[in-house]
Design a protein around this ligand. Structure first.
Ligand code: G1P
Ligand code: ZN
Length: 549
């Protein structure tokens, strides 16, 4: 279908928007905020005026299928045509997971990508929407770029858009508007090829055929089509393996965050029954993963450490790992493995973009975060299905259960008891008051006793990037004890309602210690210690955290 641009319009903005500051994952707001006239257009215009190479460049465009995707894709295609983009590549119905988009940016030599998602936040008319900008390396845009986009939104007076009827993105093909072509591809194909180049599908297939039933929950979000193809078509798991596999605009009311609270049906199946040997789920845009074994939950920090310890099971990494990285609040379980492997282990602030420089410079091969995110140098985003395949590959090689892999790991390296407590939707002024109070108390805590140790470090984490030497401050309050135990307190940067306080607890037990405690019990002194200091429950009026991981 060819369309010549009947008209190029310049639309005047009555007022410029002042609230379009992108966070760690782009501009994330409620669907209702995005419904304001010209709100989306203002942000997109600012991207097109700021992103290098727009005129004549190739752009990847897609999303997780949530409410707002269809309209946004139509608007962005027409605005791209007005800005002289040479080609837009999108998936059928605009469906492209975040990891698949990262891969396409890299293989199609695009100038970057626009990913329409609010990740693990709820969707629908009353949920959230988001616009994420990825750079030409396939990773989240740098702070310098997002700041420049933000600056542009504040003074913007008009935007450019082509008038053309919508492209039929439900059908694969090549279309055009004026000089710009639009390729609608099956977003799943390229991604599957990439996975085949890393893992041994035949080996995993034999595991699944050997009385090893698995369940995967796509949470009515983007991974449904990918998981159906992977697990059921290629790895030949039974046809009911993938649950909630049709991407829905409101995720069928599910909160597409794969944790024990929001993926509770899957968690219940695995933790209370013997029907499945392995269970997994991904989030709205497919970059997060949760892994469960029979009656066993794999903490994401442990998951990263286990993948690193077992890298040699995976052909894609047979040449070894150059190094690894974890975000600061992620447990030190991976540090212990890196030490044993004699490879560097970097500690970065929260957010995937901080891994980008290390990956681009070849300093690290695997990396991850406590928030159900794991990934490698194969792309520049975390990758939910990749992590799940990594686990299945390890299990195929070791021919044992998930719980056995974990037990072996703890017996060898010791166990880092770990938990994260989230207090969601607290009024912002109260959350800030709690955070400030703790921050002001920190200097006086050094050398005093706290929980089961003496405070050795009490500060607000700042990061010196070893590649570009930039400094990022204010990345979370740390209380580190002389026995290595830690409590971290952060304010979330991805919520849209009020503020969310995250408290992270970590306590190490060597292989000779008690390895089978309940984490909440093992961490109880740290948990009561921070409540005494921060008074989160008292000041927020919440009797317990919203989510405990
Ligand atoms: C959360 C996670 C963080 C992750 C980000 C994007 O951010 O904690 O690890 O990188 O989502 O998926 P937060 O809300 O804590 O700022
Ligand atoms: Zn996500």
């Amino acid at each position: 279908m060819d369309q010549s641009v009947s008209k190029l319009s310049e639309v005047k903005l009555e007022t410029s928007f002042q609230d379009q500051k992108p966070g760690t994952s782009g501009l994330r707001k409620s669907s209702q905020q995005f419904a304001q006239e010209n709100y989306l257009e203002s942000f997109i215009e600012s991207i097109f005026q700021t992103l290098p190479g727009v005129f004549g460049g190739v752009l990847i465009l897609g999303g997780d299928g949530r409410y707002g995707n269809k309209r946004a894709i139509d608007v962005i295609i027409r605005m791209a045509a007005a800005h002289g983009v040479s080609k837009i590549i999108t998936g059928i119905n605009g469906i492209i997971s975040t990891p698949a988009a990262s891969h396409l940016i890299r293989t199609r030599e695009a100038i970057g990508g626009i990913i329409l998602s609010a990740s693990h936040n709820m969707g629908g008319e009353n949920g959230d929407f988001g616009v994420k900008i990825n750079a030409d390396n396939g990773g989240p845009a740098s702070e310098v770029l997002t700041e420049a986009i933000y600056k542009c939104t504040k003074t913007l007076e008009k935007y450019k858009i082509a008038e053309a009827s919508p492209i039929p993105i439900d059908i694969k093909g090549i279309y055009s508007i004026g000089d710009m072509s639009i390729e609608v591809l099956d977003g799943v194909d390229d991604y599957i090829d990439l996975m085949k180049s890393i893992f041994q599908f035949d080996l995993i297939k034999s595991l699944l055929a050997s009385n090893f039933p698995i369940a995967f929950d796509a949470m009515n979000a983007v991974t449904g089509p990918y998981a159906k193809r992977l697990f059921e078509d290629l790895l030949e798991a039974p046809s009911n393996t993938v649950r909630n596999f049709i991407p829905l605009e409101d995720f069928g009311g599910m909160h597409p965050d794969p944790n024990l609270t929001y993926a509770k049906d899957l968690a219940y199946l695995l933790l209370n029954g013997d029907e499945y040997s392995f269970g997994a789920a991904c989030d709205g845009d497919g970059d997060r993963n949760m892994v469960l074994g029979q009656r066993c939950f794999v903490n994401p920090s442990d998951s990263l450490a286990i993948l690193v310890a077992n890298y040699s099971c995976v052909p894609g990494y047979k040449n070894g790992l150059s190094g690894v990285a974890r975000s600061m609040p992620t447990s030190s379980a991976v540090d212990v493995v890196a030490k044993e492997l004699d490879i560097p282990c970097y500690e970065t602030p929260t957010g995937w973009k901080f891994f980008g420089n290390l990956l681009d410079a070849g300093k690290i091969t695997l990396c991850g975060e406590e928030s159900f995110g794991t990934g490698s140098n194969h792309i520049r985003e975390k990758d939910g299905l990749w992590a799940i395949l990594f686990w299945l590959q390890i299990l195929s090689v070791k021919k044992c259960s998930v719980s056995q892999v974990m037990r072996d790991h703890w017996n060898r390296f010791g166990r880092h008891y770990y938990s994260r407590h989230d207090y969601e939707s607290i009024p912002s002024d109260i959350a800030n008051q709690i955070y400030k109070k703790v921050e002001l108390t920190l200097p006086a805590m050094i050398g005093t006793s706290f929980a089961d140790g003496i405070v050795q470090t009490a500060d607000n984490f700042s990061y010196l990037d070893p590649i570009d030497h930039s400094i990022t401050n204010n990345q979370g309050l740390r209380i580190i004890l002389d026995n290595g135990n830690r409590v971290i307190l952060r304010l979330s940067g991805t919520g849209t309602q009020g503020a969310t306080i995250r408290v992270y607890f970590e306590s190490y037990v060597p292989p000779s210690g008690k390895l089978d405690q309940d984490p909440q019990e093992a961490l109880s002194l740290l948990i009561s210690g921070i409540e005494k200091l921060a008074e989160i429950k008292l000041l927020s009026g919440m009797s317990r955290p919203t989510v405990i991981t």
